[in-house]
Write a protein that binds this ligand. Structure first.
Ligand SMILES: [Zn+2]
Length: 724
């Protein structure tokens, strides 16, 4: 057992003894208290010893669970549990059979923490990162004296800590209180004690008690509520076994939108690639998918208008490219502006049936709704197929990023050529981000496959995940961009459409399983037998990609600056016009010859307006202009007017702010302030730029005003930046 009492710094310990005992089902009972920012809670663990422990014929000594900053009140072993239900939940049956369980049975489990008559207190010991539970040895009435300890049902009563890092307590856009799980680096460990391990999965149910005007949204497949006089009880159930890390919660006085119903495509699941094991487990329901938006009341109309149709469109398309959506509902909840997951880097915190988004998705005539394509792809890559190891996050992020473009283009009914052009522009932008990040990131954080998950001895399941708690890591995009380019490289070898077939077949084969790099690449060569004679070379490139810092030579910017791409050509021409205009503006007045004012005006008037360039094109144009040493105030002013940059979506405004900072364009400082306050998830890089260009005072002034509501990791990074 790891000595978890020591401070592990930035490494995340895995402390659960999952090789000895497994939790098959969690019964969470939560009562939210917004005044004290505490959740009064109990969790019932439905568990069974592993076959490995049985085979060894050694008695269970203790149960270790991962938890952090939780105040444990008492731990009980329940003996009068409903045997049939518990056995049912622990048996390895297909999830569609579990659907036959009815709400009475779940209610029985939920009431067990109060109703149990035959229960015995257990001893426990708490360390910084875990709780160890064991039977009482000094108790005269100990039931375990003569036989080995084989607990099936354990109840832990506890309280969360207002400072616990798994939850964020905040004010929504209507100034109402809300709380949400924020995708912490240590997952849900300060929400409930659990076996927090990437490959350990369980079903769960949660009953959440709130005051009557609140709504509880969770990553569950089924939900119903009971209304009492002064409170509401929400019952959530998830019968597809999932890792604890993907359980998500958001509570607030949310308004909910009208629903949108998305049909399931008629997909033949019996194609040859279908693996019989996953087929047996996966019997999709044929009922349509219910999509809905939740947000603060003030945002609900705009959120409904801007997000729901896009989400439905992407969901339909993703299903035609992958498999049927594995759940019955899709909820999208718009969180307060401190929600960090729309950073340029930290793209997501994914959970089944639920997408949590930042309000930054909403502004701009053309908003960032295309980001939903990425999040939706995570239902397949991330949830349906998970990585065996959290350090291999490139897997889910790489595939979701690769697929987001494909899904977006298909959903927009783009032609083959337009799709290729569009993807090349996206590649160009991603390459620029990746390159600048590689230049500024510690080499050790650049490898896709760090050899750093250290287990405590051979065959051990406990250990640590290296650097998982490094705050800066949650803002890095190195992993998903490098992973993306690796997949892009592999797709170029065989062609995009063939690569789509490979992905679809891969999902078919590996759904409901955990995979690592090996499966991804082995299956690639299985699927494309023609590549056998190149396999050694390609594998060598893959290895270099995964194990080295930096980028392999196969990918460089020239790949994506092709004049044959009409989208790129438009940007390039536009760029040249701006450079010419800037040159005119730079000339000293005495050197301006007669008529130049007229010519300048003509030049400016000839510039196309925003309608002619897409979002991605404008972003690319701004990125290219960022490389120019000197842009005049007049040029910047015109640029801002022409593309309505002040009111554009935050991705465009972010580039605009970089230009403002680089050229110290004072009239644009209010745009910086606005972005850092309203789009906190995207602002983290701007603080760095402000410091770099000697505008630390401006950065500090803004930071002091909003630090109390900022995301924890973001606060840590910015505070360090500003104090340096
Ligand atoms: Zn993602």
């Amino acid at each position: 057992m790891a000595d978890n009492s020591q401070d592990l710094g930035t490494d995340l310990p895995l402390s659960s003894n999952v090789d000895q005992i497994l939790i098959h089902h969690y019964v969470l009972n939560l009562e939210i208290d917004f005044d004290s920012r505490i959740i009064h809670a109990s969790v019932i663990l439905v568990l069974r010893e592993t076959s490995k422990l049985k085979a060894l014929n050694v008695p269970l000594q203790s149960i270790s669970l991962d938890c952090k900053d939780i105040k444990i009140e008492s731990v009980w072993e329940i003996h009068d549990y409903p045997t049939t239900i518990i056995d049912h939940l622990c048996s390895p049956i297909p999830c569609y059979q579990r659907r036959q369980m009815n709400s009475d049975q779940f209610n029985k489990l939920y009431r067990l923490s109060n109703d149990a008559k035959l229960k015995i207190r257990l001893n426990y010991h708490i360390t910084k990162w875990s709780i160890n539970i064991m039977p009482k040895t000094d108790c005269g009435h100990n039931l375990h004296e003569r036989q080995p300890w084989q607990p099936r049902c354990i109840c832990i009563n506890y309280e969360t800590n207002p400072q616990g890092g798994s939850l964020t307590w905040a004010k929504d856009q209507n100034e109402g209180p809300c709380v949400f799980s924020q995708g912490a680096a240590f997952n849900n460990r300060s929400l409930f004690p659990c076996q927090d391990h990437p490959t350990i999965i369980a079903t769960w149910q949660a009953s959440v008690k709130v005051k009557s005007n609140y709504t509880v949204v969770m990553s569950s497949n089924n939900v119903w509520s009971e209304q009492a006089e002064d409170y509401t009880m929400f019952h959530h159930i998830m019968l597809l076994p999932v890792p604890c890390s993907v359980i998500a919660l958001a509570v607030g006085s949310f308004a909910s939108s009208l629903i949108k119903v998305v049909d399931r495509p008629n997909i033949n699941y019996n194609d040859q690639a279908l693996n019989s094991k996953s087929h047996q487990k996966y019997t999709p329901e044929n009922n349509p998918i219910i999509c809905r938006i939740y947000s603060a009341p003030i945002l609900i109309d705009i959120a409904y208008e801007k997000l729901l149709d896009s989400a439905a469109k992407y969901l339909v398309t993703a299903q035609t490219m992958l498999l049927s959506y594995p759940f019955d509902k899709l909820d999208i909840v718009v969180l307060p502006r401190c929600f960090g997951c729309l950073g340029l880097a930290r793209c997501s915190y994914f959970s089944p049936c639920l997408i949590m988004v930042s309000p930054s998705l909403l502004p701009g005539e053309e908003c960032l709704s295309y980001r939903l394509a990425h999040e939706i792809c995570h239902f397949w890559f991330g949830i349906l197929i998970g990585p065996t190891d959290w350090t291999e996050e490139w897997f889910s992020e790489g595939f979701a990023t690769y697929l987001e473009d494909r899904v977006h283009c298909k959903a927009c009914l783009m032609s083959e050529q337009d799709t290729l052009n569009y993807i090349e522009i996206c590649c160009n932008l991603r390459y620029r981000s990746l390159k600048s990040e590689l230049e500024n990131t510690d080499l050790s954080l650049q490898e896709l496959r760090p050899k750093t998950t250290m287990m405590n001895g051979k065959d051990s399941v406990t250990g640590i995940i290296k650097s998982a708690l490094e705050p800066v890591k949650s803002f890095l995009q190195v992993h998903y961009l490098k992973g993306y380019f690796l997949l892009y490289y592999l797709s170029k070898i065989v062609g995009h459409n063939q690569f789509d077939d490979y992905i679809r077949s891969f999902v078919n084969k590996y759904c409901f399983q955990h995979v690592n790099c090996k499966e991804v690449f082995d299956y690639y060569f299985d699927f494309f037998p023609k590549l056998r004679n190149q396999e050694v070379t390609i594998r060598a490139t893959i290895k270099e990609w995964l194990d080295n810092a930096g980028l392999p030579e196969q990918i460089n910017l020239q790949n994506f600056e092709c004049m044959g791409n009409k989208l790129y050509l438009q940007v390039h021409n536009e760029y040249k016009r701006w450079i010419r205009l800037n040159e005119y503006n730079r000339r000293k007045p005495r050197r301006i010859y007669r008529g130049s004012r007229k010519r300048r005006k003509a030049l400016a008037d000839n510039l196309p307006s925003i309608a002619n360039l897409s979002i991605k094109q404008i972003i690319l144009l701004l990125e290219m202009l960022l490389e120019i040493e000197c842009l005049t105030i007049t040029t910047l002013k015109k640029l801002c007017q022409y593309y309505h940059l002040e009111n554009a979506n935050p991705e465009i405004r972010h580039r605009w702010c970089e230009l403002v900072i680089k050229h110290r364009y004072i009239n644009g400082y209010k745009n910086i302030e606005n972005l850092l306050i309203e789009d906190q998830g995207m602002g983290i890089y701007l603080y760095g730029e402000l410091v770099l260009y000697d505008l630390k005072d401006l950065a500090s002034k803004i930071y002091v005003g909003i630090q109390h509501e900022m995301d924890r990791d973001a606060t840590a990074i910015v505070a360090e930046l500003l104090s340096s």
